[in-house]
Structure formats: structure tokens, C-alpha cells
Write a protein that binds this ligand. Structure first.
Ligand code: UDX
Length: 414
């Protein structure tokens, strides 16, 4: 069976590698000529653990082109950016499907892009010559290849009785459970998964704010509640809030769609508002004043990636700059337009406050000595509750999110 993947972003490229890993020949199509030339030379357009090795290993099975080939099965993984009104821009998906129909009538189309519930059914009606399925992708940036190789589940959304078992055979490479559903359910499953995780984060962030007020420790609370299997330990790390290419955009798309159906997603909308308020909370902790200097440690929306889409650090930098604060930044991978330094020492030099915004390993372990040496009165605000020197903070005035800091600032050890 000839397989084609349309779009070589995170989802497309990782999907293509996954199929090639299991012995399939895959053509990857992307209109970005430069990106295709780079990929032909084995250069990945994304920073992702293990991707260079995976591209090299599968070199003979992967073809990169800007032209749509005739194929039996197309996996569509093009972007679905946010429109100004919060809805999802489907023009790239629609254009891909039109092209597929003109080149390979009768082919199967598997939507991997995150699309609003109802999209696949609509496309099936508009393009009756094609067979459709929606197979949502749950991979996380930074661990995308591992997630693809060991998925927690595979959701296959199709009404096509022939396509469903074909896709199960193609995609089931581990003992991960396969959930067969209709396409609209598959589409909503993806949004529900992301929204639920975002709700968990906002929930613990609210508890963290209260913990600050009453002098409790949110890390211990997360541990204490996470041991209940009905709650689970994941996605309970309090901090500066979530960012990235999925959570903020998917929540906007889902709540916007719900409103067109006269349905109000109160809990999910609240999670989004809490996330925005969380950044303001970090801002308040800084006590920003005109002329102050703040060093942001970590700029990417999470460690293990250079992705800056909806990165809380960038939003914080913007808010600080609006208030007349000088901002310097440091990140081991992401490149920004901020006054970015190549070392942490340079970023914090002369700063009034250092703020951890991404829990990269080198940042987690930044030593009290380094801060003491380069800052007049070393103050550290930990927007990821990750600093590893709490037991011996030296003269660093430390403040986390929902962690009682008096325990540490009075610590006599150095
Ligand atoms: C997410 C989903 O996890 C993934 O299943 C989906 O396919 C795409 O969206 P991703 O955006 O790559 O993946 O990152 P993720 O690891 O989920 O983190 C998202 C954001 O939440 C980051 O900004 C992270 O810092 C934040 N986060 C995560 C927290 O603030 N606390 C947590 O406990 C977990």
C-alpha cells in the first residue's frame, strides 16, 4: 500500500517516521520547498529528541516532495491555525482534500490534524468519491517519537467498515488499546483530552494560589491527591500556566464552536481564564516597577523543545515591557527577539529578579552561587516550582507558586 503524509510539522513528520519505522514506504508532501530540501538532506525542521537518528534510519523509506503523488492512503497533518474569532482555520485541510480528490479519486483520507467536531462528516459529504477517517494525535512535543512508538491508545474514527480494520492493522504496532468510534466522536475526543489536561493544570494553579495565602505546600497537595487513582498524579504541576501550540488554541476553538451550538463550556472557559490570571499572578510576585531589570530563565513553552508558540515566558516579557521593565532572557534552545543571552550568568547579570519560566535541567540546577555572584540582591521567582537548591538557597530570596517560602528564606545553611 502506498502511503502519503501531507504536512511535515510535528504531527506529519512523526507520523511518517512511525509508519516508516514499521517498514512502510512513505511519501511526505509539504508545499514548503526549502523544508523539503532540508529533509532530503536529513535535516529535521523541528527540535525533537531522537529525530535525526530516526530520519537517518528510515532514509530509504521516506521520500520528501512538494508534489502530491497518486496514493492509496493519505494522512493529512496540515496546520489548523486559530482565526481572529478563536475558531479553527480549515483552509489548508480543505485544499489538501480537494487536491487528493483530483489526483486519486477513491483514495482513503485520514485526518490527523485537530479539526472541530463535524469536519470529517462534512468533508465526506462534500467529497463522496473519497473514504474518510479521523485519527487524532496525542503526542507531546519533546517526547513526540516516544509517544508515537508507545501510544496510550489509538482512536480510529470512521463510518467506513472497510477502512476501520485496515487502519487498525496499519496503526496498531503495540498492545495499546484501539477505540473505534465515529469521526465526530474522534474529533471531540481530541479536544476533550486537551481540555481536560488544561483543566487539571488550572485547577492545581488555583489551589497553589490559595496555598500561598494559607501557607500550605502545593507540591505536597498534588502528591497527596495524585495518589488517588481517580485523580492521578500527571498534570498537577503548579506554575506559570500552560502554553504551546495545542492547549490555548484548542480550547479557544472548542469553546467558540460550543457557543455556535448554544452550549456554554463553563469549566473549560474558566480553565482558560485561570491560565491567563496565573501569568498576572507571577507578574504580581515580581512587583514590577519602571526601570527594573527582570531576567527570564527559560523561554520555550516547555523543556525539550525550541517551540515558542503561546509561550508563557513571551507573554510575561510583553507584560513586563509594557510596564517599563528591562527584560533579558536565557533559553538553551529557543531563539527569540528578546534581549537574549547565551548564558544564564549573562542573563541575570545586574538583574533585580530572575524568574524561572521553563524547567530545563540547567535552569532547575542554577546554583545560588551563580545568582549571588551576578545579582546585587539575588531574588528568584520560580514559575515552574522546579528549583533544586531549596535545602541550601544561600542568600537567594526564593518564591515559588504555592510553596511556603519562609521555610527556605530562613534556612541558615548555605
Ligand atoms: C499537549 C498534549 O499533552 C498532547 O497530548 C497533545 O497532543 C498536544 O498538546 P504539548 O503541548 O506538547 O502536548 O505539551 P504538554 O507536555 O502537554 O504541556 C503543555 C503545557 O502545559 C506546557 O506549557 C507545560 O509547561 C504545561 N504544564 C504541563 C503545566 O503547567 N503543568 C503540568 O502539570 C503539565
Amino acid at each position: 500500500m502506498h502511503l502519503t503524509v501531507i504536512g511535515t510539522g510535528y504531527v506529519g513528520l512523526v507520523t511518517a517516521i512511525g509508519l516508516a519505522d514499521t517498514g512502510h514506504e512513505v511519501t511526505c508532501v509539504d508545499l514548503n520547498r526549502e523544508r523539503m530540501e532540508q529533509l532530503r538532506r536529513g535535516i529535521a525542521p523541528i527540535t525533537e529528541q531522537g529525530i535525526d537518528e530516526a530520519l537517518e534510519k528510515n532514509q530509504s523509506r521516506l521520500t520528501f516532495t512538494t508534489e502530491y503523488p497518486v496514493s492509496d492512503l493519505y494522512l493529512v497533518a496540515v496546520g489548523t491555525p486559530e482565526r481572529a474569532d478563536g475558531s479553527c482555520d480549515l483552509s489548508a485541510v480543505e485544499a489538501a482534500v480537494r487536491l487528493i480528490e483530483s489526483i486519486s479519486p477513491g483514495a482513503s483520507v485520514v485526518l490527523k490534524s485537530t479539526v472541530p467536531p463535524g469536519t470529517t462528516e462534512r468533508l465526506s459529504t462534500e467529497h463522496p468519491s473519497l473514504r474518510f477517517a479521523m485519527v487524532p494525535e496525542f503526542l507531546r512535543e519533546g517526547t513526540a517519537l516516544a509517544d508515537m512508538r508507545q501510544p496510550s491508545r489509538i482512536v480510529i474514527g470512521t463510518r467506513d467498515a472497510l477502512l476501520a480494520p485496515r487502519l487498525e492493522e496499519l496503526l496498531k504496532t503495540t498492545d495499546a488499546p484501539v477505540v473505534h468510534v465515529d469521526p465526530t466522536t474522534a474529533e471531540l475526543t481530541k479536544y476533550a483530552a486537551n481540555s481536560f489536561l488544561a483543566v487539571k493544570i488550572s485547577f492545581i494553579n488555583e489551589i497553589a494560589r490559595l496555598a500561598d495565602q494559607v501557607g500550605a505546600n502545593v507540591d505536597d497537595i498534588a502528591h497527596g491527591i495524585g495518589l488517588d487513582p481517580r485523580i492521578g498524579p500527571a498534570f498537577l504541576r503548579a506554575g506559570a500556566g500552560y502554553g504551546g501550540s495545542c492547549f490555548p488554541k484548542d480550547i479557544k476553538a472548542l469553546t467558540t464552536l460550543a457557543r455556535t451550538h448554544d452550549t456554554h463550556l463553563h469549566v473549560i472557559e474558566a480553565a482558560d481564564r485561570t491560565n491567563e490570571a496565573q501569568l498576572e499572578y507571577v507578574l504580581e510576585k515580581i512587583h514590577p516597577e519602571r526601570g527594573m531589570h527582570v531576567a527570564l530563565l527559560g523561554l520555550a513553552f516547555k523543556p525539550g523543545t525550541d517551540d515558542l508558540r503561546d509561550a508563557p515566558a513571551l507573554r510575561l516579557a510583553e507584560r513586563l515591557q509594557q510596564l517599563g521593565v528591562k527584560v533579558t532572557g536565557y533559553d538553551p534552545a529557543a531563539k527569540t527577539v528578546l534581549d537574549q543571552k547565551t548564558t544564564m550568568a549573562e542573563a541575570v547579570a545586574g538583574a533585580d529578579v530572575a524568574v524561572i519560566m521553563t524547567e530545563w535541567d540547567d535552569i532547575k540546577y542554577v546554583s545560588p552561587q551563580l545568582l549571588q555572584e551576578h545579582m546585587q540582591t539575588p531574588r528568584l521567582i520560580d514559575g515552574r516550582n522546579c528549583w533544586q537548591h531549596l535545602e541550601a538557597p544561600g542568600s537567594v530570596q526564593y518564591e515559588g507558586i504555592g510553596r511556603p517560602h519562609h521555610t527556605f528564606s530562613n534556612n541558615p545553611s548555605n
